[in-house]
Design a protein around this ligand. Structure first.
Ligand code: Y39
Ligand code: FE
Ligand code: FE
Ligand code: FE
Length: 230
């Protein structure tokens, strides 16, 4: 049991908690597995940076093992079918872009959108996690910042040539993030994670990333609003 600021008590062993955890934890495991695959795919598209990308992909597979241990620690059986379905849209878009050699789209999906989603989720989860999961998640979130940074640096270096494709990829993928968030909002709430906090944290990370890459404030607002055009 943990006493939260809001005064809500979390019982990590309750059936309600474990049921919600079986989906959220599965999403994270599936996300880490797909991130591993995505960075490996990127080694083919960016052979000059294959070494870095291989290192990132190995970090993702370590993350996956860490979160699998979190489930075992709570005796939870992650609902992987739910998780695969949850990620199908983004996963399909990444794979299609990779087949078409669209590096910019691949980086926007994995290194910006998915990493910002991960950073938001992990930061909001850490204060309400059980002690075992908290330790693991604290280690993982540090790595996710380096993955986000990889995408930021590449897109910044290739900004002018990437702008149009970034805008198109943003329009095609940001709405999926809101759809995904809405889908797990109730389960996240059971874990003590508020949807508003997740949205806020995501928008801050994503906006900062777009700014670092080279977009101005007006463009930034426009890109963020495209997420709402479902
Ligand atoms: O780069 C990464 O490691 C990202 C794959 C991991 C994705 C994590 C997705 C988290 C969504 C959780 C939603 C909780 C409300
Ligand atoms: Fe796959
Ligand atoms: Fe990860
Ligand atoms: Fe990552």
């Amino acid at each position: 049991m943990q006493q939260l600021e809001a005064g809500v008590e979390l019982d990590y062993q309750s059936p309600t908690y474990k049921d919600a955890y079986s989906r959220i934890n599965a999403i994270v495991i599936e996300g880490e597995q797909e991130a591993y695959e995505n960075y490996l795919s990127l080694t083919k598209l960016l052979p000059d940076q294959a070494e870095d990308l291989t290192r990132l992909s190995k970090m993702e597979s370590r993350h996956k093992k860490g979160f699998q241990a979190c489930a075992r620690n709570l005796s939870v059986d992650p609902d992987m079918d739910f998780a695969r379905e949850f990620f199908a849209g983004l996963h399909g878009n990444f794979q299609k872009a990779a087949e078409e050699n669209k590096i910019v789209t691949c980086l926007l999906i994995q290194s910006l959108i998915i990493e910002c989603f991960a950073i938001a989720a992990y930061n909001i989860y850490i204060p309400v996690a059980d002690a075992f999961a908290r330790k693991i998640t604290e280690g993982v979130v540090q790595d996710e910042y380096t993955h986000l940074n990889f995408g930021e640096e590449w897109l910044k270096a290739n900004f002018e040539a990437s702008k149009a494709e970034l805008e198109e990829a943003n329009r095609g993928n940001l709405p999926l993030v809101w759809k995904m968030l809405n889908q797990v909002a109730d389960d996240a709430d059971v874990l003590g994670m508020e949807k508003e906090a997740l949205v806020e944290d995501f928008m801050i990370q994503y906006g900062e990333a777009l700014e670092k890459i080279g977009f101005n404030k007006r463009e930034l607002v426009r890109l963020s609003m495209h997420g709402l055009a479902v």
